[in-house]
Design a protein around this ligand. Structure first.
Ligand SMILES: [Zn+2]
Ligand SMILES: [Zn+2]
Length: 309
């Protein structure tokens, strides 16, 4: 028994140093019993939490947190919006360990100069993306680049990030499967079509952030957009329609998938109810009625969702 308690305490101390500093470690048997309960509580409460700070064609940013690690996937809102929305969650830029980028488009990188001036965070991207951003900035701003290679997993704290290539009109765009212990989060936005590789990479996800960019009919009937822009969005290197998102969600829906966030909705060429209906009907047809479906919005953070409790 004593050995089990000692092992539990060691694991807690290693993994959750904020809660289990050496001063907090118990010294008497009764304290050990209390600590064991606390360990059980802590282990039960530990997980990985996902909050989309904002998503849509005008900007994308997602916060992923564990007990020991916090990072932003893309920073396409304004610096002020990101700071404000972190504050709403009781977080600050200095609580973060890194920024991780999918590609160089402004709706994923807009706040990078402001945030990097404010706090020198490591910024993870692949080489071509980092070069495209550096060329675009044309400033003396020194970004603390950490380069990864598409297809090669890397770790930030207790998160393992698996980047994989997606078809999109950027230099070397990627999406991610992010693993924490036995849980996996799929991030799938900004891709013109779903490749077999994409399906296989996100198949393990327990939570999926999935692009449902446009309703094809609304996009085709939109008089404000020139034909060339419509063609770009609809192309095999553009963005996923509601129907394409529904088809992918249906393909990977299974017992393991608990939550789907619909993301990167076009303000003009989509409606939350159209995206929800398209994907919801597909999940219903597949008998996957346990999956929660939430639409992420441009203007406010989503309710945080924790895997592992
Ligand atoms: Zn893009
Ligand atoms: Zn985008």
């Amino acid at each position: 028994m004593a050995r089990i308690i000692a092992t539990a305490l060691r694991i807690c101390k290693q993994n959750f140093p904020k809660r289990f500093s050496s001063e907090n470690l118990p010294k008497r048997p009764d304290q050990y019993r209390i600590a064991t309960l606390l360990c059980a509580d802590t282990i039960a409460a530990v997980g990985v939490t996902v909050t989309i700070l904002g998503s849509g064609s005008a900007g994308n940013c997602t916060l992923i947190e564990t007990e020991t690690t916090a990072l932003l996937i893309d920073v396409g809102l304004s610096g002020r919006q990101i700071n404000d929305r972190l504050a709403q969650l009781g977080r600050h830029l200095t609580d973060l360990d890194a920024i991780v980028l999918t590609h160089e488009h402004g709706d994923h990188t807009r706040a990078l100069p402001v945030l990097c001036k404010q706090h020198r965070l490591p910024v993870y991207a692949n080489r071509l993306t980092a070069e495209a951003i550096t060329d675009e900035l044309q400033s003396e701003l020194l970004i603390a680049w950490h380069l990864f290679t598409s297809g090669t997993p890397f770790s930030i704290g207790d998160l393992v990030i698996e980047p994989f290539p997606v078809p999109h009109d950027a230099c070397d765009p990627v999406n991610f499967l992010i693993r924490h212990q036995s849980h996996a989060i799929g991030i799938l936005t900004d891709l013109g079509h779903v490749t077999r590789l994409v399906v296989e990479r996100v198949r393990a996800a327990n939570l999926l952030i999935l692009e449902a960019n446009h309703d094809v009919r609304l996009l085709q009937n939109d008089t404000a957009r020139p034909w060339s822009i419509k063609q770009r969005i609809l192309s095999r290197h553009g963005h996923l329609s509601n129907e394409a998102a529904a088809s992918l969600a249906g393909e990977i829906a299974g017992e393991h998938l608990h939550h789907v966030f619909l993301a990167h909705l076009s303000r003009d060429c989509n409606r939350p109810e159209l995206a929800t209906r398209a994907v919801g009907e597909q999940l219903y047809r597949r008998g996957a009625r346990h999956i929660r479906l939430t639409v992420a919005t441009q203007d406010a953070p989503t309710t945080p969702v924790t895997l592992g409790t």
